[in-house]
Design a binder for this molecule. Structure first.
Ligand code: GLY
Length: 585
């Protein structure tokens, strides 16, 4: 088959062997996709930063980045590239890329229209408010993260196809072809993935399909450089390429998901899958020092909190105060404390709960909310509770894309924790999320990210769980100048805040804005978590003197793959904290 895919050229895998089960399942219509070339010869591979005038992409996965730039070079627009990268990430970045999870995409179209696609997972129709509590009302450890009950109804496939249908220019088959080829023919396993598979082996062991996917055929560990093939996932992608959403939410794939649920007492039914629909929402919009901020509305808390925090900070001259100085860190921590306290009280799925969105993002509200800010003293919160920090790496992943026509896409997608529930759907080859943990399982009890919530984010059948994902566009004079976002659970919003203020207040280029060390506060627990270099010893001493507590140095806050435009030059930057890649031309 004379298909030349850039990703496969790079890994040196000839397009010869086709898994026999794929052969059986490949009807005539699907054959068409193998003749379609969307990822031909590609330029440089694996750089952290790249600039061009036609288009730029950045992601956590070098192979997904190659797929995205290949789509742009073939004449696709930024939306085509982002959707193709979404499918590719499900193959090449299994800890967070997915078809068994959900995500948010914020898009600026070439004609200036701003739209957002919400394909967040939903609670199954059989879900109950107290489903993660025992008879005494105590939370059952692990039930909302490591069980079939932890799985929300996946939204990614409907969302990506919905976005492509409405705003893409290439066909579904063209867009899915690179991901399908990577799954079917495999790619040399990068060292970081091999190490993750080995580390999580014990977590995969209860689920034979998971163990089989992430080990060799004889059960021994996959090593870096082994060709990692995913035939069941390839078959699922082929069904989606052929049938569209029906290839996932109905027929064979739906049967396999429902059977997997029955295997472990999960709740997702055929009806849940058939009724799932992604939703077009109006992005939230705010302003900050002459820029427009465009981000994700509920069920994300990210956009509202980002705009609220920027509103609180706007009256202060952060540029003169200096990045990382005691007054700047104090201001930002106090803005974060107040915004995250509001998150716990007011934010949830706006289709189920009356979220006071306009008030939260109002500049007057920010002024009154920040009126008790004391430049000489940390706030004394009476409500400090028993929050905890995540015990697993908070995994999610973010893609940024811009093209020369003025299309810009910020796409954040997730399985929740790394490798989600760790459950691979037997026979379908993809991981299921554990997004149910993003609900408030019990008012006041923190979830895996230490976040507390109440009524607004209580579990209800068909409701979307609150998210922190913050895919964000910054516009100037109506034109996109920055695309950013990040993984990191509760730290997503403060990561995006810092990238935005690094660019707008501190005049950094995108590389510096992304690389600069970060800090984080989320109200509860009352801790300032910071990367080495983000808070100097002197700054920490100054802040402790005015009452800040709980300083904790930690590596790796966020992974903010971003794209920035200056004049005609578009620069993509993958976050140096991880082994991602940027590409441009
Ligand atoms: N699962 C992480 C988030 O959506 O915020």
């Amino acid at each position: 088959m004379p298909l030349m895919c850039g990703a496969l050229e790079i890994v040196g895998e000839p397009m010869t062997s086709i898994e026999s089960d794929m052969r059986r399942q490949r009807p005539a219509a699907a054959l068409a996709l193998f003749a379609v070339v969307v990822c031909t010869a590609l330029p440089s591979y694996g750089s952290q930063e790249a600039s061009g005038r036609e288009g730029a992409v950045a992601s956590r996965s070098p192979l997904a980045t190659q797929v995205g730039i290949g789509v742009l070079r073939q004449g696709g627009n930024a939306i085509d590239a982002a959707v193709a990268m979404g499918f590719a990430l499900a193959v090449t970045h299994p800890s967070a890329g997915n078809i068994g999870g959900g995500g948010f995409m914020v898009i600026r179209l070439a004609d200036g229209e701003l739209v957002a696609n919400d394909h967040r997972e939903k609670a199954p129709l059989e879900a109950r408010r107290d489903m993660f509590q025992d008879d005494n009302g105590a939370i059952v450890e692990g039930l909302s993260t490591a069980s079939h009950l932890a799985v929300g109804v996946p939204g990614t496939v409907d969302g990506l196809l919905n976005v492509l249908r409405r705003h893409g220019t290439l066909t579904r088959q063209q867009i899915i072809a690179p991901a399908l080829a990577l799954a079917r023919d495999g790619f040399p396993l990068p060292a970081d993935l091999a190490a993750q598979f080995e580390r999580l082996r014990g977590r995969f062991e209860p689920y034979p399909a998971s163990l089989a996917k992430f080990t060799r055929d004889d059960g021994s560990p996959l090593a870096a450089g082994d060709v990692f093939r995913q035939p069941d996932l390839a078959a699922t992608l082929a069904r989606i390429a052929e049938h569209g959403r029906g290839g996932f939410y109905e027929g064979t794939t739906a049967d396999l998901i429902v059977t997997e649920m029955a295997r472990g007492g999960g709740l997702i039914s055929h009806r849940d899958l058939a009724e799932y629909r992604s939703v077009w929402r109006d992005p939230v919009r705010g302003t900050y020092r002459g820029h427009e901020i465009v981000s994700m509305p509920p069920p994300s808390s990210g956009g509202a909190l980002l705009i609220q925090m920027l509103n609180m900070l706007e009256p202060y001259d952060l540029a003169s105060l200096g990045r990382g100085s005691p007054p700047t860190v104090h201001l930002m921590v106090e803005a974060e404390r107040r915004a995250y306290a509001d998150r716990a009280e007011y934010l949830g799925d706006a289709d189920f709960y009356d979220v006071p969105l306009a008030r939260l993002m109002d500049k007057d509200y920010a002024r009154s909310r920040f009126a008790d800010f004391d430049p000489d003293a940390a706030s004394r919160s009476a409500d400090i509770g028993a929050g905890t920090w995540p015990t697993e790496s908070p995994e999610t992943t973010h893609v940024s894309v811009m093209d020369a026509h003025g299309n810009a896409v910020a796409y954040t997608t997730t399985l929740n924790l790394g490798y989600g529930s760790k459950i691979v759907v037997t026979g379908a080859g993809f991981l299921l999320n554990n997004e149910m943990d993003d609900f408030s399982s019990k008012p006041g009890v923190p979830n895996s990210f230490g976040l507390v919530g109440g009524e607004a984010n209580a579990i209800e059948p068909g409701k979307r769980m609150l998210s922190s994902m913050t895919p964000t566009l910054v516009l100037k004079g109506g034109e996109p100048v920055l695309v950013t976002g990040s993984p990191g659970g509760s730290t997503i919003i403060t990561t995006v805040l810092q990238v935005v203020t690094n660019v707008i207040d501190h005049g950094m280029d995108v590389g510096t804005a992304v690389a600069t060390p970060r800090f984080h506060h989320q109200w509860l627990p009352n801790q300032v978590r910071y990367e080495p270099g983000a808070v100097s010893a002197d700054t920490r001493t100054s802040l402790e003197k005015i009452g800040h507590v709980g300083f904790r140095e930690t590596p790796g806050i966020g992974d903010a793959n971003s794209v920035m435009r200056v004049g005609d030059e578009i620069t993509a930057r993958s976050d140096p904290r991880n082994a991602g890649a940027a590409a441009a031309y």
